[in-house]
Design a binder for this molecule. Structure first.
Ligand code: ZN
Length: 177
């Protein structure tokens, strides 16, 4: 599958940075902030997978990511894949009950068969986690997003520092509304 990194970065700026969820520290379970290509992949997976599942977390703010990091729940301090709207954590629903005792091994095979990337070793320590891009491309995406933020700041006459502070958020809300 061809991945359009610039489009993911554009989605981040236009839909996520401008969202009311952007800074909030509660886990988001809705799929509305997810990148459309990823959402489509998850829907395909849901259609093809014999076991029902629900999302425990989709988008994640950097505030919450830092909390997870300090609690040892995540190895990433900021800008994880959840933050860009291209990751989701799943729990199975079996006999009407939410459970982590389900076919995670089959989940990843099914995800790949509908077009998702091979998530490699990530499957072992974060079994319910699915993401849109391969792990080796994560830094490429971060660079692409950073470049998009700098371009936006330059165009908008803001301080060009790559930091998404109040001024950049306000400008994005205005520009993309
Ligand atoms: Zn995750």
């Amino acid at each position: 599958m061809k991945i359009n990194y610039i489009e993911i970065a554009e989605h981040y700026l236009s839909k996520i940075v401008t969202s009311n969820y952007y800074l909030q520290s509660n886990p988001v379970k809705e799929i509305e902030l997810l990148y459309p290509g990823f959402k489509a992949l998850l829907n395909k997976l849901r259609f093809n997978f014999p076991v029902q599942f629900a999302y425990t977390e989709t988008y994640r703010s950097n505030t919450l990511q830092k909390q997870y990091y300090s609690q040892g729940l995540s190895k990433i301090k900021t800008n994880g894949m959840h933050h860009y709207g291209i990751a989701a954590d799943l729990i199975f629903i079996i006999d009407g009950q939410r459970t982590y005792k389900g076919p995670f091994d089959k989940l990843h095979t099914a995800y790949e068969s509908v077009g998702g990337p091979d998530l490699g070793s990530l499957e072992n320590w974060d079994a319910g986690h699915l993401q849109f891009i391969p792990v080796v491309e994560q830094n490429r995406l971060r660079e692409e997003v950073n470049a998009a933020v700098l371009r936006f700041q330059r165009k908008q006459g803001l301080k060009i520092d790559g930091i998404i502070g109040p001024n950049t958020i306000a400008a994005a809300k205005k520009f993309y509304s």
